[in-house]
Design a protein around this ligand. Structure first.
Ligand code: HEC
Ligand code: CU
Length: 313
């Protein structure tokens, strides 16, 4: 019966997912059942008790105790089942088990940043070990966002000036998408990150040596990966079209005018400052909305992004 349980639902890969799906399916089938029952009775009554002639009268009925009790008590029982099932499931989903690994999540337009227990930080990609409870402690640096992992059936608002949390325990190794689930401005639909669920060994390897997808790649190739992982692609195109930010096509070596009238040549230092302190130099014709990546990118990331921008002739 698992096909029935997962009907219309995305793959379920966390310990909570089964329970959420079961309750969802229970409510859905209950609704379908009552929809058929009620519309069926309406059609039946319309056909059967339609007034056929002016003289025809229906019997005058005061009430029917058995019928009235059953249509009150039965729905009460059903809604209480849904309430207690949902309440219990909600409590379990809200309170992380003791000893869960903690991850600090920062949302800002339009990137997700993850802080690990050892102090390292990652953008756009969250590495977690499989079969371990993980508690996410989240806040926003600007507007409302929402952390949502459909495959884990977890979702919570991420607010400025306050922490919210969710926890999950992934049951299968794989990549799972985190789409932002609260409209947060122009780049909202592209505000995505990934949870990368790996074995304990691969996770330790990652903490020790860094992301294996990033190691041993020529800088420009790594830069191309970071372009999407770090969310630069949300605002910068590489084909010359203007987005929220200027396109990167052919900018290396060009002279760019800033809003304060100063001229800069786009070179290594200019790009570096643009990434770390974007507010220092705001390109004319654009708004200073670029988030700072200070403390979130490593030296080799900067080198790679610079090499990539250089390569876009
Ligand atoms: C939220 C949108 C946004 C994101 C995400 C973003 N940028 Fe920007 N970026 C801008 C805007 C807007 C400008 C122009 C205003 C300014 O200079 O601050 C800009 C300017 C730049 C410039 C200068 C471009 C020029 O033509 O002079 C560089 C280089 C740059 N960004 C690199 C990056 C890199 C690398 C990333 C990803 C690690 C990134 N940006 C992510 C919005 C963004
Ligand atoms: Cu968002």
């Amino acid at each position: 019966m698992t096909w029935l349980r997962h009907l219309f639902l995305p793959a379920a890969s966390s310990v909570k997912a089964e329970d959420v799906d079961d309750l969802f399916m229970f409510i859905m089938w209950l609704n379908i059942l009552f929809m058929i029952l009620i519309t069926g009775l309406i059609v039946l009554f319309v056909a059967r008790y339609r007034r056929k002639s002016a003289a025809q009268k229906t019997a005058h009925i005061e009430h029917n105790t058995a019928l009235e009790l059953s249509w009150s008590i039965l729905p009460l029982i059903l809604s209480m089942v849904v309430f207690f099932w949902g309440f219990n499931s909600y409590m379990q989903a809200t309170v992380a088990p003791d000893g869960a690994m903690e991850i600090q999540v920062t949302a800002k337009k339009w990137i997700w940043t993850f802080g690990y227990p050892d102090g390292s930080v990652g953008v756009g990609k969250l590495w977690v070990p499989v079969n371990k409870p993980i508690r996410m402690i989240m806040h926003s640096e600007d507007v409302l966002h929402a952390f949502y992992v459909p495959a884990f059936r977890v979702k919570a608002d991420v607010l400025p000036n306050r922490y919210t949390e969710v926890w999950f325990q992934a049951t299968e190794v794989g990549d799972y998408v985190i789409p932002c689930a609260e409209y947060c401005g122009k780049g909202h639909s592209q505000m995505r990150a990934y949870v990368k669920v790996v074995s304990q060994k691969d996770y330790e390897n990652f903490l020790e040596k860094g992301d294996p997808d990033e190691i041993g790649k020529p800088p420009a190739e790594l830069g191309a990966i970071l372009y999407t992982n770090f969310g630069c692609s949300t605002c910068h195109s590489i084909d010359g079209t203007r987005g929220q930010g200027p396109s990167w096509k052919g900018i290396y070596g060009a002279q760019h005018k800033m809003t304060d009238g100063k001229l800069f040549t786009v070179d290594e230092n200019y790009i570096r400052t643009s990434i770390l302190q974007p507010q220092q130099m705001v390109v004319e014709g654009f708004q200073g909305i670029m988030p700072s990546y200070q403390g979130q990118v490593r030296e080799r990331h900067l080198t790679a992004l610079i090499a990539y921008i250089k390569s876009l002739k």
